[in-house]
Design a protein. Sequence first.
Length: 155
Amino acid sequence: MRDPRLLAKPPVCRLGCHALVRNRRGDVLLVDPDYMDGLILPGGAAKPNEPPQLAAARHLHAETGLHLRLTDILAVDFTPADRYLERLNLVFDGGTVRDTTRLTVPPQHRSGLLGARFVPVRDLPAHMAPAQFARVTEALANRTLPALLHGQRTR
């Protein structure tokens, strides 16, 4: 039974959906947004009722030109609402791409990005804010959770 009072005013929590993609050398794909200092994982907010793995894949494609299937979650990161709009952030496993993979970043005036590049893991602290680096470090720990849609794996 559904209680209409529960749906009258649902809680507001934007969902951040990100992809961790590596090349064969193990370098991590990062984007350079013009609206904040440091590099971050490709990704962004999910639209209302958009499955998070599809949101992450949509942002990954829009920001880098990569079409990848994202099925497993590598990290879940809650951020207090006083700092960022996306309070709950999911990092999906984008797998490994060839070292020669070409990235296509849209013009800055459309994307808000200055560029994208693969960064060696040892160099991540020099390129990322501490909280972003911590998120990536946890995502690199080789633990996964399946991303489910109505209790079913998305394949």
